[in-house]
Design a protein around this ligand. Structure first.
Ligand code: P6P
Length: 346
C-alpha cells in the first residue's frame, strides 16, 4: 500500500536528487556535482541580496573576455561557482563566462564531469536590485580529451584539449538549470525527465520542491525583445515585430515584457508562455547571448517543458560550438511563437 504523503511532507532538492539517483536517472557522481551547484547558488543568493549592505555593488575595475565591465559580484560569483565545483571532486573541466579559457580541475578524482556556467547573468541589474540569475549545464565527462596528454603537458595543450572537451552540442547535455535571484530564489533543473522548480526557504536554507514537470503554454501573447535595436534588425524581423502590435481580429495586440535579464525573462516566458528573443542585428550578426552556457542550457530546459529554442533557422541543441564564447541569435519559448518568428525569418 503506497505510503500516504502527509501534507507536511516537503521534498527538498537534496531528497529529489537522491531519488533521481535511486531511480538510475543520474549517477552518484552527477548527484554530487548538482548538489554542489545548488550550494553555490545559495551562497550567491545571499551575496546578491546583501550586495548594497556589504558594498558589493559596482564594478570590479576589470573587463572580461566579452569586453564587458566585470562587476564585483561577477568575479565573486565565478569564484563561488568554481570553488564549489572543485570541492565536489567530481568535476573535470569548467567553462565560465567569466573565464577566458576552460579550466581543467586538478581536484577532480572521479566523475570528471564538464560543467559550463554563467555565474551571474544580468549582473548589470544588481545595483538596481532587479532579478539576476546563474545558468549551468553539465556534459558527460570527456576523459579521452585529457587522456595520454603526457606527463608535463603545456598549459596550451591542456587548454586545447579542454576546449574540445567543452565544445559539445546541447543535445549532449545531461543536466541544465538556473537559479533566479528575484523576489524569491528559484532553482530550476532538468536531468532529461521534465522540469522541476524549487523555491529557497530562507528559514532553513533548503530548496523546496514547488512545481514538478512544468510545461510551457503552446502559445502566449507576451514578447520579450530589446526593441531599442529595432532599427538594426533586418526587414523580415521588423515585419514580424510590427505584426505583434497589430490588434488584428482578436482586438488585442501582444504585450511587451523585457527585464534585461535572461533568467527573469525566460522564467516568466516558461510559466506564462510567449517568446524571448535576442536577434542578430546589423552591428552584431550573432546577437549577444552565448551558445554554450546561456542558449544551450535554456533550450534544453524549454524543450523539456514542451517549448522550443531556435537561432532563427535551426534547433539550438543541434548546434556544435566551435569556440567556448561563441554567440548565436536566440528565439525561445512557446512552440507556436517560435514557429511564427521562424516563418517570418525564412
Ligand atoms: P540588452 C544581460 O547582460 C544579458 O546577457 C541577458 O541576461 C539579457 O537578456 C541581455 O543581456 C540584455 O541585453 O542588450 O537588452 O541590455
Amino acid at each position: 500500500k503506497a505510503k500516504k504523503k502527509s501534507s507536511y511532507e516537503i521534498e527538498t532538492l537534496t531528497h529529489w536528487l537522491l531519488k533521481q539517483e535511486q531511480n538510475g536517472v543520474i549517477d552518484s557522481e552527477l548527484t554530487i556535482v548538482l548538489s554542489s551547484i545548488s550550494t553555490a547558488c545559495k551562497q550567491i543568493a545571499s551575496l546578491v541580496q546583501r550586495a548594497n549592505i556589504s558594498n558589493l555593488t559596482g564594478v570590479q575595475g576589470a573587463v572580461n573576455i566579452q569586453g564587458e565591465d566585470q562587476k564585483k559580484l561577477d568575479v565573486i560569483s565565478n569564484e563561488v561557482f568554481s570553488s564549489c565545483l572543485k570541492s565536489s571532486g567530481r568535476t573535470g573541466i569548467i567553462a565560465s563566462e567569466e573565464e577566458d579559457v576552460p579550466v581543467a580541475v586538478e581536484e577532480s578524482f572521479s566523475g570528471n564531469y564538464v560543467v559550463v556556467f554563467d555565474p551571474l547573468d544580468g549582473s548589470s541589474n544588481i545595483d538596481a536590485a532587479v532579478s539576476t540569475g546563474s545558468i549551468f549545464g553539465v556534459y558527460s565527462p570527456n576523459d579521452e580529451c585529457l587522456a595520454d596528454i603526457g606527463d608535463n603537458p603545456t598549459l596550451d595543450q591542456v587548454t586545447q584539449r579542454c576546449v574540445v572537451g567543452v565544445c559539445q552540442p546541447g543535445n549532449n547535455l545531461l543536466a541544465a538549470g538556473y537559479c533566479m535571484y528575484s523576489s524569491s530564489v528559484i532553482f530550476v533543473i532538468t536531468v532529461g525527465e521534465g522540469v522541476y522548480v524549487f523555491t529557497l526557504d530562507p528559514m532553513y536554507g533548503e530548496f523546496v520542491l514547488t512545481s514538478e514537470k512544468v510545461t510551457i503554454p503552446r502559445s502566449g501573447k507576451i514578447y520579450s525583445f530589446n526593441e531599442g535595436n529595432y532599427q538594426m534588425w533586418d526587414d523580415k524581423l521588423k515585419k514580424y515585430m510590427d505584426g505583434l502590435k497589430d490588434p488584428g481580429t482578436s482586438g488585442k495586440p501582444y504585450s511587451a515584457r523585457y527585464i534585461g535579464s535572461l533568467v527573469g525573462d525566460f522564467h516568466r516566458t516558461m510559466l506564462y508562455g510567449g517568446i524571448y528573443g535576442y536577434p542578430g542585428d546589423a552591428k552584431n550578426k550573432n546577437g549577444k547571448l552565448r551558445l554554450l552556457y546561456e542558449c544551450a542550457p535554456m533550450s534544453f530546459i524549454v524543450e523539456q517543458a514542451g517549448g522550443k529554442g531556435s537561432d532563427g533557422r535551426q534547433r539550438v541543441l543541434d548546434i556544435l560550438p566551435t569556440e567556448i564564447h561563441q554567440r548565436i541569435p536566440l528565439y525561445i519559448g512557446s512552440v507556436e511563437e517560435v514557429d511564427k518568428v521562424e516563418k517570418f525569418l525564412a
